[in-house]
Design a protein around this ligand. Sequence first.
Ligand code: URA
Length: 186
Amino acid sequence: MPEEIDVSDCTRCAELCDARSRIVNGVGPADAELCFVGEAPGEREDETGDPFVGRSGDVLDDALRDLGLARRDVRITNCVRCRPPDNRDPTAEELANCRPHLERELESVDPEVVVALGKVPAEHLLGRSVPVTAEAGSVHDARINGTPRRVLVCVHPAATLYDPSQRETFAAALEAAVDLVDGGGD
Ligand code: URA
């Protein structure tokens, strides 16, 4: 059984350490086939210690339910495990500091498909600029810490709250991710 990834004592980013209430580790089965990677915790996640439990989490939960899945069936984690002040984007340095935690989690869980939720995780995992709306639902072979991974690009669930026209794009990308796992991607 893969080890649980708990980095609750990390102090790599001074500003995030000062601002956070707690570190938000990944949740879900230690051998999940689908792993969702978001950007960084928001206010509610910082309060509770669980990823995607605010409004974005509701969007993700609803979309999973529509596909016959529950949050407990999938792994949910973030590129950065501490809430950036005022929900600003994580800096390149913070992303780099937190990357070993994400890499260790992916090594341990070894999911069949990694779903990048939004621009920051898509670019962090693929190492290039990613127009997420245009590329949503597309699957890419990536090498993460030397291991080949299939990364599916998806819009961030929050995008569907600001722009309802993104709902279909979000749902279709999630469906593609589930189909990839069910069908083995062949
Ligand atoms: N947005 C993210 O990217 N991650 C969370 O955990 C919550 C909101």
